[in-house]
Design a protein around this ligand. Structure first.
Ligand SMILES: Nc1ncnc2c1ncn2[C@@H]1O[C@H](COP(=O)(O)OP(=O)(O)OP(=O)(O)O)[C@@H](O)[C@H]1O
Length: 249
């Protein structure tokens, strides 16, 4: 898939979900992994000549444990794409209370806090994360299996307690498309693999989605995402719990 086609998928998310509004100051959260780099590439290239004027900056939160991305390579790429970039060093391991061990939840909470602190101090109103279509589907399946809940990560989420909106411009892009794109653009050189890994529930959800996609084709992922945009309330069991009379005659 050409980078033009991927760029159109990013536009689709931007316009469909109103991710970018005139005058936005958007902070790209860059891990150094393929997803946030691909997101930075596309938004970086949209800074000039995009119908909606917006400003961009990028930050990498550098932890104190193995598996953090390679900052000099990230800095080079951001410069190439015209995105002002900063690295913020955070002692994530050192902040652990005695007896507690490192885990994904702790790390991502610390990172999220630092991202918001940095965004607030530097006048950003939106934070862009590199989650893609597969992440959104996996979360959807995880929430069904673990929480008995129909919910997922939103392409756009306004925080209630903070003056920021999180956006996910890769919401329509599949992981494999990002992998192919990253190989073509040699983006994987910035990444390091997190030694703390991916949660088992997420892996389980990923497996289920891949089984469906192997049988139905990758397009089924687009259909599942569209289904999330198109719930038919009347034919969901919860609609019977609303105390409303069934009016079918
Ligand atoms: N160290 C970091 N500094 C800044 N932003 C980060 C960092 N780690 C993660 N993020 C942001 O959070 C998003 C989700 O993080 P996660 O660890 O799930 O990464 P991922 O799905 O492997 O994506 P990526 O390929 O960008 O690493 C990333 O795409 C990125 O936007």
């Amino acid at each position: 898939m050409s980078s033009k086609t991927l760029s159109r998928k990013v536009d689709k998310a931007i316009f469909k979900f109103n991710l970018i509004e005139p005058g936005d100051k958007i902070l790209l959260a860059v891990s150094g992994g393929k997803d946030s780099l691909a997101m930075s590439y596309f938004l970086g290239h949209k800074q000039n000549g995009f119908p909606i004027p917006f400003e961009l900056g990028a930050v990498h939160i550098e932890g104190d444990f193995p598996g953090c991305g390679k900052s000099p390579v990230m800095a080079e790429l951001m410069e190439e794409w015209g995105v002002p970039f900063e690295i913020v060093k955070v002692p994530i391991m050192k902040r652990l209370k005695p007896g507690k061990s490192m885990n994904c939840y702790w790390c991502s909470t610390q990172r999220r806090m630092e991202l918001m602190r940095y965004a607030g101090e530097n006048g950003y109103n939106k934070i862009a994360l590199g989650h893609h279509l597969d992440d959104i589907l996996e979360t959807f399946f995880m929430n069904m299996m673990q929480k008995s809940e129909l919910s997922t990560m939103l392409p756009k989420l306004k925080y209630d307690k903070y003056p920021f909106t999180v956006i996910r411009p890769l919401a329509y892009v599949k992981e494999q498309e990002i992998i192919d794109f990253s190989k073509e653009k040699d983006l994987l050189k910035a990444a390091a693999v997190c030694t703390y890994g991916t949660t088992s529930v997420r892996l389980e959800a990923r497996k289920i989605i891949e089984i469906i996609a192997e049988s139905e084709g990758q397009g089924v992922k687009d259909s599942i995402f569209e289904a999330m945009c198109n719930p038919v309330h009347r034919y969901m069991p919860y609609s019977l719990l609303d105390n409303e009379e069934d009016s079918e005659t």
